[in-house]
Every structure is written in C-alpha cells, then in structure tokens.
Design a protein around this ligand. Sequence first.
Ligand code: FAD
Length: 381
Amino acid sequence: MTEITEEQKMLLENLRRVVKDKIAPNAAETDKKGTFNWDVVSLFWDLGLLKIMLPEEYGGWPQKPCYTLCLSIEEIAKACASSALLLVIQAVGSFPLISAANKQQREKYFPRISQGRELIAYLVSEPGAGSDVQAISSTARRSGAGYIINGRKVFATNGSVAGLYSVLAKTAEKEFSFFIMDRNTEGISIGKIEDKCGFRGSNTAEVILEDVMVPGKDLLGRPGDGFSVAMADFDMSRPAVAALALGIAEGAITYALEYAMDRITFGKPLVDHQALQFMLADASTQIEAGRGLMQRAALSYDAGKSNTQLASMAKCFCSDAAMKITTDMVQILGGYGYIKDYPVERMFRDAKLTQIFEGTNQIQRMIIGREMIKSGTLFSY
Ligand SMILES: Cc1cc2nc3c(=O)[nH]c(=O)nc-3n(C[C@H](O)[C@H](O)[C@H](O)COP(=O)(O)OP(=O)(O)OC[C@H]3O[C@@H](n4cnc5c(N)ncnc54)[C@H](O)[C@@H]3O)c2cc1C
C-alpha cells in the first residue's frame, strides 16, 4: 500500500471506530427508510470530513487532501455508501469556489462552510444535459450589476438539504459560468425528490431557478470560466468516486467471505467450492488493481500533475469492478443474497450509480481514448 502519513493513519483508525459504532448499525435502516440522516452530517462535521478539500486556513487537510478524501470515502462506503457520498458531493460542490473564488468570495463563503457547517450542492445536470454538459440551457442574463438566472437543474445531490449551491449557467451563447448561490434566494424552489434504486439515504433533488437575482460579485471567476472549472472538478471527483466504488465492493466481499465460510453445501463450506473461491479471488484482485489506480489518480491530483486520464481510468475501472463484484457476492449468498435482510443486496444496488454519475463509464472511455490520441502515447501523464 502507498505509504500513508501518521495523520492519515490516525484519521482512518478513528474513522473505522466511528463507522463500526455509528454508521454501520444504521446503514440498512437508512436504506430502507430512504431518508436523509442529519446525525451523520453532524458527526462528519465533528470529524472534519466535510471540509477536507477546503484551503488549509479554513480547516482543509494540509497534505495530500484528495488522497485523504479518497481514503475516508472508501472506509465509510464499506458500511454505508449514502453516508460516504456526503464527502464526495461536499468536495464537488465546493470545488468551483476553491478553484475560482476571489478574496472576497473566499472570506465570505469558506467560513460559512467551515464554521457554519453548510452543505454545498453542485447544480450542473439538467433534463436535456447530463453527459453533454455544454447542452445546458439555464441562462444567466446580465441585469444592472448582477444576473437574472433561469433554469431547471436535476439530480442535484443534497439539492434540498444544502444551504449553498454551485450553479452552472450560460452567460452568453456557448459561454458557461459558475455562480455561488444561497438556497434561500428568492426564485429558488425545490421540485421532485428522486426515489432511487440505490443510495437511498442520499438526497437527490430537482432545483428550479425562476428569475433568481444574483449579484455580479457571486460570479465565480470570469464569465466563460465555468466549463473548464467543471472539467477540472472531475479530476478531483473521479478518484473519489473510484474510492466510493472500492468501498462498496470491499463491504460486499467482506460479508460474502464470512458467509461462505459458515454456509455448508454438499458437506463442506461454500469457500471450499472452487467455483466460489475463484469469484472471491477475482474480486480481491480487482480491488487491489483498482486501489492502485485510485491512489495514483488521487496522488497525481495532490501533486498538481495532469491526471485526467488516470482519474477516468480509476473511476471507470473501480465502478465496473464494484458492479461485477457486488453481483458476484450476491451470487455467493445464493437466494439470501437477493433478500433485503442481507447487506449485499443494498451494496449491489448502490454499486450501479458509481458507473453512472460523475460522467458515465462510456464517457470515461471516451476521455481515456481522447487523452491517448491527444498525447499520441499510451498514457497522457
Ligand atoms: C443519484 C444521482 C446523483 C447525481 N448527482 C448529481 C449532482 O449532484 N449534480 C449534477 O450536476 N448531476 C448529478 N447527477 C447527474 C449525473 O451526472 C448524470 O445522470 C450523468 O452524467 C449521465 O447523464 P444523463 O443521466 O443525462 O444520461 P445521458 O447523458 O442521457 O446518457 C444516457 C446514456 O447514453 C450514453 N451516452 C451519452 N452520450 C454518449 C456518447 N457520446 N457516446 C456513447 N455513449 C453516450 C451514456 O453513457 C448513458 O449510458 C446525478 C445522477 C444521479 C442518478
């Protein structure tokens, strides 16, 4: 394993205890009820987990923050993917501020997040724009010293629970810009709350923007910076989704292995049937390979190196692996794997989302191919 610092080691040891005592026991219930768990949010603020990616002076992690974020996400996702997603989205939502905010914006918004413990959601996807970010139709029209924003954002994780939004809108034809918005601004309303297959403890909401007046000082960066900020955000978020997928898969393997050691068929434990041993062997091999990719992608990001291809490889490989592994772990439990009393069923449903969001795996493969062609070599980093 890539060396971890003493601080990371302490964080993870503490996190393991917290996950065992406070997260794991509620994971099945949270999934069943499909409700957002504010106690977990509060616990994560206490542990500093929702500000890892902020600048150090606002409570961010001083060294290798992206890798620290990934390690934390992986640890939590072993027990509860919905809880782990809180860390991913907080990092994704605050990225436009982190990368593009000026001094006044930093001084205004970072304390609100760091000390005010505010969640921040990321509002990019729209009914007509998911994979194709440039197809968004939300508009930000100049009006006096500010902008009037109109549009409909879908699939916003934490959309109805966050106090702040990073919103992408068009400031002109083919000109995309991020704005920071307070959820209480007049003209913002919450639409449909999605009823999902997995990640049922995560809040996914439609957010409607009707003539929302935003002062010019809440534009992040210059007009037209938005698309490149959104793409740079992925370089950080995709290793994080890889870690999320790894955690889900590891949770499923751990449970299935224990089950297979106890369950007897044809006079011997399931683990002694070679067909199942091979499934477990493939699963653990995929985890090690995936973790290597996730680590490289995250550490490259932390080192300020170009990691776009690595980040896509990590996200794509780990999420495909998580889907295959959780499917196989359901198979190892046989009929019981398909029953909600056993956690592998939940993990199997949760794994699917990791292949879809933060860019589907078709999009990841397009990026990997594009990076290869652009650099004319196997690897663009
Ligand atoms: C639970 C959940 C949480 C989410 N959270 C957020 C969030 O917080 N903020 C946010 O902005 N968005 C969020 N999303 C949106 C998510 O990022 C999009 O759903 C995703 O990018 C895919 O977009 P789409 O659903 O519109 O699918 P589409 O873009 O319509 O794609 C449909 C299918 O076509 C494939 N496809 C599309 N174009 C191509 C192509 N050129 N070549 C090959 N195949 C292609 C895709 O891979 C996919 O399989 C979330 C989604 C979900 C389900």
